[in-house]
Design a binder for this molecule. Structure first.
Ligand code: ZN
Length: 508
């Protein structure tokens, strides 16, 4: 028992409650809130955010934190408490390093910048967005600069971008990411070309027929439960873009979006978001509502959603026991589509401009491009003004795509407009972590057979036991090492994509 830690607990409880309240408001704003609610709700969110900030950033917490970090006090803490202290330090430095006034100026700017971006994207008008993005980048550089500690760090040209990366995935820096993306470039660019040449062999025209939305909803609800989403601990609503959030481990909120002329998109959003939801639902009861009571990082979260979406959900074995149910839901539309044809269609790979529409094989190229641009931007090698031109150059180089508009180019993603730099790499890293886990799990269980038998529970249990339950106690590399015996190793990802697409497309 640590008395010092006990003194901290009520303050941490308060911050956890405020975090949950904010998550609920955010979820509500995207799903059910009436149109005119936003101004007043914005005010409420502002007040709650301010309370959240003050619940953690105050002299009392500062003092307790410093004491709890002293070796004599620290060694009396449990493993979980130590992780809370470590996490509190990270959050504290992140929040307290920025002067309050600059932070609210930035929030206001980011808010405005997001709406300017939305309009600019619609009108294909990068020029109107450019001054906002320039300011956002300036702020992000300044804020990250406050967190540079040693002289050595200050002299390192990658340090600023590394700080931004660490907010989303603390286990990785540009050093590992450079190696990762180098491998992707070398190994995947030729494979993507080979596969793209064989496109005519895959017929997915059935997917553009009309699919009744109500029937889609019913099937997708079944699908979510089938993969392991527990409806006693979660709800599913609709929003413009699917996402998952959580108040605690027994209240996980997920959304979907249905298209009348596209069956496949909603199916895989369901499986993807279920992967995020299952992670949160399996976090231990004693950790939820604490600073370490959520998924350990963006990359690990994304590894779980992509594991379910791609490795599990896009396999033939997964669909074997349930495909007939999908056919029964849409008998007219799927009457000429057998299981093989369906599985090929859901794995069709073709280079495109839009990241969120990309298939599993071309997806990492979209991330590679964004990573290279972000890194160059924060090393002052390119300017915001040059982004559209550099963007087009890279799409030509890596995917052979020529796109004239910025709407389908540099303006397509929302992330940069609100200052989320360093976020994109977690998507690709997540896929690679998923592949590493997959190859290891195959040595521990009859993976394909479990899928064929509809026994998804075994897989969920394994992930729960080895990853989910721990919340943020361990970071990505610690988890990978304890499960697979080695740290992050991207070679499994390359192996996975080569095997999968080689088999699907009959390549040698
Ligand atoms: Zn996701």
């Amino acid at each position: 028992m640590s008395e010092l830690f006990d003194q901290l607990t009520p303050m941490l409880d308060r911050s956890a409650a405020l975090t949950a309240a904010l998550a609920l408001f955010e979820w509500d704003a995207e799903t059910l809130a009436p149109e005119q609610a936003s101004d007043n709700t914005g005010k409420i969110i502002g007040i709650l955010s301010d309370d959240y900030f003050r619940s953690l950033i105050n002299p009392e917490v500062k003092l307790l934190l410093r004491k709890l970090e002293e070796p004599d006090n620290n060694k009396q803490l449990t493993l979980e408490q130590k992780a809370v202290v470590r996490e509190l330090r990270r959050t504290y430095d992140q929040l307290a390093s920025i002067p309050g006034r600059e932070y609210s100026e930035f929030c206001e700017l980011a808010n405005k910048s997001s709406s300017v971006w939305a309009k600019a994207r619609k009108n294909d008008d990068f020029k109107s967005f450019e001054p906002y993005l320039e300011k956002i980048v300036e702020y992000k550089k300044k804020f990250a600069g406050y967190r540079l500690k040693s002289q050595e760090q200050k002299d390192d040209p990658d340090a600023i971008y590394n700080i931004l990366l660490s907010d989303f995935e603390p286990s990785l820096s540009t050093k590992e990411l450079d190696e990762f993306f180098e491998l992707i470039k070398e190994e995947l660019v030729p494979l993507i070309k080979q596969v793209a040449d064989k496109q005519d062999e895959i017929d997915d025209k059935f997917n553009t027929q009309t699919f009744d939305v109500q029937k889609q909803k019913e099937f997708n609800e079944f699908l979510a439960n089938y993969v392991g989403f527990e409806k006693e601990k979660g709800v599913i609503a609709e929003s413009a873009h699917p996402f998952t959030t959580n108040l605690h481990n027994k209240d996980v909120r997920m959304t979907n979006h249905y298209y009348e002329n596209n069956l496949i998109t909603a199916l895989f959003s369901t499986i993807h978001e279920s992967g995020h939801a299952i992670y949160e639902m399996q976090i231990r009861d004693d950790l939820t509502l604490t600073l370490i009571g959520t998924g350990t990082s963006m990359a690990v979260h994304e590894s779980q959603s992509r594991f379910y979406e791609n490795i599990v959900g896009k396999s033939k074995e997964f669909w074997k026991p349930i495909y007939s149910q999908l056919v029964d839901t849409f008998p007219e539309q799927l009457k000429d589509v057998d299981l093989d044809k369906f599985v090929k269609a859901i794995n069709k790979s073709i280079p495109g401009y839009i990241r969120t529409d990309a298939d599993e094989l071309t997806y990492p190229m979209h991330i590679l491009i964004r990573y290279e641009l972000e890194k160059a931007l924060f090393k002052d090698e390119i300017t915001v003004k040059e982004l559209p031109k550099e963007w087009k150059k890279k799409y030509m180089e890596y995917l052979g795509m020529k796109e004239d508009t910025d709407t389908k180019g540099v303006l397509q993603d929302t992330h940069w407009s609100s200052g989320d730099f360093g976020y994109f790499p977690t998507y690709a890293i997540g896929s690679a972590v998923a592949a590493q886990l997959y190859y290891f799990m195959k040595t521990q269980m009859e993976f394909d057979k479990l899928l064929e038998d509809g026994n998804l529970d075994q897989i969920k249990k394994y992930l729960g036991e080895h990853i989910h339950q721990y919340g943020m106690i361990y970071n990505m590399n610690e988890l990978l090492e304890s499960v697979t015996g080695e740290k992050f190793n991207p070679s499994y990802y390359i192996k996975y994509l080569k095997e999968k697409y080689g088999k699907l497309y009959g390549l040698d």
